[in-house]
Design a protein. Sequence first.
Length: 190
Amino acid sequence: MVQIKIKAVNHTYMVCCSFDDFPSFLTVLKERLNACARSHSGKFEAFFHIANAIDDNQLLDILHCANEAGTIVLGLESDHSQRNLIIIEENLRSGQTYEFDREVLLLGSIQAEAFVTSSESIYCIGTVGGNIDLIHEDCIICASGFFQANIRICDSHYQNMTSFSPAQVYYKERKLHLKELKEERTWAVQ
């Protein structure tokens, strides 16, 4: 099955695609792009959204097909059916520097004096210490243990974040916020 929808919004085209068979998809895509190009005297600009995960060779085939049809590709986005998640089954040690470009599930702890930089979120089943630098504003860091770390997200300053229960640190309105995920209550004995 091949589905291709071409929409025009404010003189810019959006090509939304999904497919089960890649060679059939290329054939149908070329036909549809040629039809649009004929109505625009040969060339038009479009963004592509492909609902399937594609590899580098498929990407090149799509770009070649668009070029042959006279389509100028303004951008291309491809969905991935699986999260791009790294699972680490050890502690991040003191004095070491770590860099990540994907989401991290850490089955261990981040020890004090570890330096961690990531462009994606970090989920820690353990405690969080050290210095954590998250690059983007939509990144978060969660811990099932306690927080006692210097954390920076996006353009905020490093802040010492401390919590003795499971918590999440996130960025909002140029500030870091700590949200405790499990509320601890103490009942007075009478």
